[in-house]
Design a binder for this molecule. Structure first.
Ligand code: 1WB
Ligand code: MN
Length: 333
């Protein structure tokens, strides 16, 4: 059984420097809580940058100790999406070159996703093509909304045209909720991974589904972490309400049911959700070919995530698919 962890965060010095500069601005968005905590001058989590930048040191040693074959690396949230279009575009290119170098330094143990700056969709489309044909990375990653816009917005059409043309999967990783949702997430740490990240990201994905984006781009493959950001649990109700809606103003007619898009156009990972009942349920409703194991390192530790998959109550062939087989197929590892 090959263990391929699929939501493993890294960062690079130019992105760290840019986020530190950004931490000093008067940006009041919810993401600033994390940006100040990790990249600020008085960071509350000062060790995190080192763990994000490390690949060949403690990370690899920890992979060895835990029997993890590979990390599929992605530039950590919020990526380049908090910068203006020019800076975001330049940094995405730089980060992708550094990702390529990182993966090339140990291709038996590391694969990587490229990123892009949706702030400028046309230049993003060119970078997406470069990620596929020049850099030959394993897919793409983006962190939910961009400038408070969701991906059903026609503004992003050039991005999805380019992604579908490359055939690369797009991992939509969380970031903090957009300004439209801001106020309800200000208290009790709800901006973060405890609730806000998942609600933000699932809302984005549901907007994509209900807008008909997957009728336009039927071959898009979207990957969601955190056991599908709870969407698997909602599929029956979404189908029921979509088919029976009398008061859903402006919802376009779709070719398929919401759950059919989710099974066709999405795959999920287990990042940060080490619950056997949630895993078994997700496999039952999505099929064993649509679920991939992940750790969410360094935000969560490797050992319990390995214990979770090794002890999962699954048939051995299904377990092997979730542990690494599906990732190898979907991300062409
Ligand atoms: C996640 C968690 C991502 C944290 C992060 O990216 C941070 C996640 C900045 O759940 O994917 C966090 O701080 O726990
Ligand atoms: Mn993550």
């Amino acid at each position: 059984m090959r263990l391929i962890a699929t939501e493993e965060a890294v960062t690079f010095q130019p992105v760290v420097d840019a986020l530190n500069l950004h931490s000093r601005t008067d940006d009041t968005s919810l993401d600033m809580m994390l940006v100040r905590d990790i990249y600020g001058d008085n960071a509350a989590r000062p060790a995190m940058i080192g763990r994000l930048m490390d690949v060949a040191g403690e990370r690899l040693a920890e992979m060895d100790r835990n029997g993890i074959d590979m990390h599929l690396l992605s530039l950590t949230a919020p990526g380049v999406q908090m910068f203006n279009a020019d800076k975001g575009t330049d940094l995405a290119r730089l980060a992708n070159d550094l990702m390529k170098e990182t993966v090339a330094s140990n291709p038996a143990r590391f694969a990587g996703l490229g990123t892009f700056a949706p702030q400028d969709p046309r230049r993003a489309a060119r970078e997406i093509e470069r990620v596929a044909s020049d850099l030959k990375l394993n897919g793409l990653v983006i962190n939910s909304h961009t400038n408070d816009l969701y991906y059903d917005d026609p503004f992003f059409l050039p991005v999805f045209e380019a992604i579908e043309a490359t055939g690369l999967p797009l991992y939509i990783h969380p970031r903090a909720p957009s300004k439209q949702m801001d106020k309800a997430f200000r208290d009790y740490g709800m901006n973060s991974a405890i609730w806000g990240y998942g609600i933000e990201t699932s809302t984005n994905a549901v907007r994509m589904i209900l807008s008909g984006l997957f009728d336009k781009f039927p071959r898009l493959k979207i990957v969601l972490g955190h056991m599908g950001e709870a969407i698997p649990f909602w599929l029956w109700r979404m189908d029921y309400m979509h088919g029976n809606a009398t008061n859903f103003g402006g919802a376009p007619k779709l070719q398929l049911k919401p759950s059919e898009y989710f099974r066709r156009n999405f795959a999920i990972t287990t990042s940060g959700v080490e619950s056997h009942p949630a895993l078994r349920y997700s496999i039952e409703v999505l099929g064993p070919e649509n679920v991939m194991w992940a750790v969410d390192y360094p935000y969560q530790p490797m050992a319990p995530a390995v214990q979770f998959i090794k002890t999962a109550p699954l048939a051995e062939d299904v377990k092997a698919m979730v542990a690494g087989g599906n990732a190898a197929r979907i991300f062409r590892i």
